[in-house]
Every structure is written in C-alpha cells, then in structure tokens.
Design a protein around this ligand. Structure first.
Ligand code: GTP
Ligand code: MG
Length: 342
C-alpha cells in the first residue's frame, strides 16, 4: 500500500531533480516572479513613505526631544534601531512614569514582553497543515523539524505522518524534500497540480499528520487551490524573526485565517522590531520557533520573550549607559538568549 502511494505520486508527476526537462521554469513562473518582486517593492516603498511621514510629523531631526531628559538615550536608540514609529511611540508613552533610565529600560522590556506574550499552542499538530512563507524563510526545514518532532516521542509513528510538496518545480526543491524524508523516516510525495494533490490527500486520508510544503511564489493562489480542495486544512505562516514590516504585513494581510505563526532564524535575528510590532497587533498564536538550522532546532520556551530579549540586548545604547542596563533588571535576558545555543 505504502509503495503504491509513492509510485503514484512519482508516476503522475515529472521525475526528480535530475530530470532537467521537468524542472525548467515556465514563462508563467517568470511572470509570477516578476509580479511578486514588483509587489514587494511597492510594499517596501509604501513602508518607507509611511515611516518618513511619521518621522516628519513627530518632529523630524528633533525626535527624542518629546521624551523626558533621562529617557532620551532610549528614544535615540529606538530611532537608531529603526523601531517602527507606532511601536516607538507606544514605548515612550509607557515609560513616561519611569524615574530613571534603568527603570525605563526595565519597563520597556516588561511592556514589550507583556504586549506580545500569548497562549501556548497545543504541543502537537494533527490533520493537514500547510506551511507558507517568504522565499528562503525555512519552510522546508520547518516541515522536516515538525516531522521529526511528531514522530520522536512515539505518539505518532513515521507511517502516521506524510510530507507533500505542492507545485514546486524549482531545481533542487524535490531533492531537498526527499532528503528531509530520508532524515526523518517520513514518506514524501509530490503533487504538481490540484488534481494530483486531491488524489494524494484522499489516499493519505488515514494519516494523522500531513505536512504540505509550498513555494513562496504564488502563495495566495496555492492557498486558495488547497482550500478549495479541502476546507479542513490548517494554514501556517512561517516568517523569519527579522522579517521586514512590508513582508509581515503582506503575509498577514493576505491571510486565509492563519492557524498559527511559526518563526524561523531567531538565532540570526538582532533587530526583530518589525516582528515585535506586528505581534502587538495580532493575537495569532505562535506554534513553533526555530533557533538553528538543525532538524531539532526548535525552542521549547516562549519565543516571544526571547525576541524581546534579543531586541533589548541589541538596542544601540552607548556603552556607559549600557552598564546601567545591567542593573536595571533586564539582565534576565541573558539566560533566555543562552537558550539559543542550547
Ligand atoms: N540559522 C538558521 N538557519 C535556518 C533556520 N531555518 C532555516 N534555515 C536555513 O535557511 C535556508 C533556507 O531554508 P529552507 O527550509 O530551504 O527555506 P524555504 O523557505 O523552504 O526556501 P524556499 O523553498 O526556497 O522558499 C537553509 O539554508 C536553512 O538551513 C533557522 O531557524 N536558523
Ligand atoms: Mg522550500
């Protein structure tokens, strides 16, 4: 039975990556890529315009003057770190009452942690889960991590889980998924179109967890196509922790009611301010966050606290003031950040 599934998916669809005929990008792909690029540029420009307008409205070069004398280093650091205007304003408002800089730093951190903390997602996924997100965000690796995690403790066997690659003809994409399957012991399938996805989903109906990998190009269309095939599919948004405001907005706005947010590359993030700002505006639960490029590199602790700790730690505050920071109570950032390396 198992072999039949694999055979079907391979027979119905063009062969693996070595079959170069199957992997050349079509004109449609090129057009979609160009459109995607134009859309991202449009959003980036809109973001820059918005920030410039806010900058002008808030006093331009004199920004920071609105803060109390003793809070000015924070105001300046928030500006230097390109903290989105709306979040910067909220922080300065929040720390108004703090008597000195250490207290202001501590209340900034406490405020941010409070603002973005959320309910923990159930520890186990079930059903059909699609992972969408920007190019290179770590979608395929996250699929591998989830497959490994869900089969590790024996509650799901490897046969209970399946990995599907949907509409990804890029050279190397299928090879990568096959490799992930080999590493996790979970079967992999590919569907190049809606028809083959439909029959695969029917055949794999008894699996407890089906993870679907989608390419970023044309993600809205892929989501719509999958949704129309099966209304019980869960869509998860995967974003790198340091994604830009434009990227985050684009994916959140075009959402099909995301089931959860997944974060990747937390280990590489030093300025996760746009993500923190976005998390203050949405209650979308965070299901999994990744702290390394390894298959077992998932956080077990709340990643929101870690994001805040990273952001605070990298705030460009002058060294002599940073020494004060040690006494301000935000030293608890250290063990949290250490967990990145554990
Ligand atoms: N340091 C670090 N690297 C990561 C993490 N997640 C993914 N990567 C790396 O990011 C690169 C892209 O990962 P993929 O899983 O291929 O990303 P993708 O979103 O599937 O990429 P496309 O399918 O091309 O859009 C790889 O080199 C991964 O090893 C992470 O949490 N931390
Ligand atoms: Mg991928």
């Amino acid at each position: 039975m198992k072999e039949r599934f694999v055979e079907q998916s391979i027979q119905q669809l063009p062969g693996p990556v070595s079959d170069t005929n199957a992997e050349v990008a079509s004109d449609g792909d090129e057009l979609a890529k160009a459109k995607d690029l134009v859309e991202m540029l449009r959003l980036q420009f809109a973001e820059i315009r918005e920030e410039l307008r806010d900058f002008r409205n808030s006093g331009g070069a004199n920004r920071g003057a609105e803060a109390r004398e003793e809070h000015r280093p924070i105001a300046q650091a928030l500006t230097d770190a390109n903290v989105p205007h709306a979040l910067r304003t909220k922080i300065l408002e929040e720390i108004k009452g703090a008597r000195d800089l250490p207290k202001a730093l501590a209340s900034t951190e406490a405020f941010l942690m409070r603002s973005i903390r959320r309910e923990k997602c159930p520890p186990r996924l079930g059903g059909i889960h699609v992972i969408s997100g920007p190019s290179g965000a770590g979608k395929s690796l996250m699929i591998g991590r989830l497959a490994a995690l869900h089969t590790k403790d024996g509650v799901y066997s490897a046969d209970d889980v399946a990995i599907l690659s949907f509409k990804d003809r890029r050279p190397g994409a299928w090879n990568q998924i096959q490799l992930i399957g080999a590493q996790t012991g979970v079967e992999t399938f590919r569907a190049h179109d809606e028809e083959s996805l439909k029959s695969l989903l029917q055949e794999l109906g008894c699996r407890k967890l089906i993870l679907i990998d989608t390419p970023s190009l044309g993600f809205t269309d892929h989501i719509q196509a999958i949704k129309s095939l099966n209304s019980s599919v869960h869509f998860n948004l995967l974003l790198p922790a340091d994604a830009s405001v434009a990227t985050i907005r684009r994916y959140l706005a075009e959402s099909p009611n995301w089931y959860s947010l997944m974060l990747s590359k937390v280990d590489e993030s030093t300025q996760p301010w746009p993500m923190i700002q976005a998390l203050t505006e949405t209650k979308l639960p965070i299901s999994y966050s990744a702290k390394s490029a390894l298959l077992d590199g998932l956080f077990t602790e709340p990643s929101t606290d870690i994001l805040v700790s990273l952001a605070m730690r990298h705030l460009p505050i002058p060294r002599e003031i940073a020494n004060i920071r040690q006494k301000s109570g935000i030293s608890n950032a250290k063990p949290l950040i250490q967990s990145l390396n554990s």
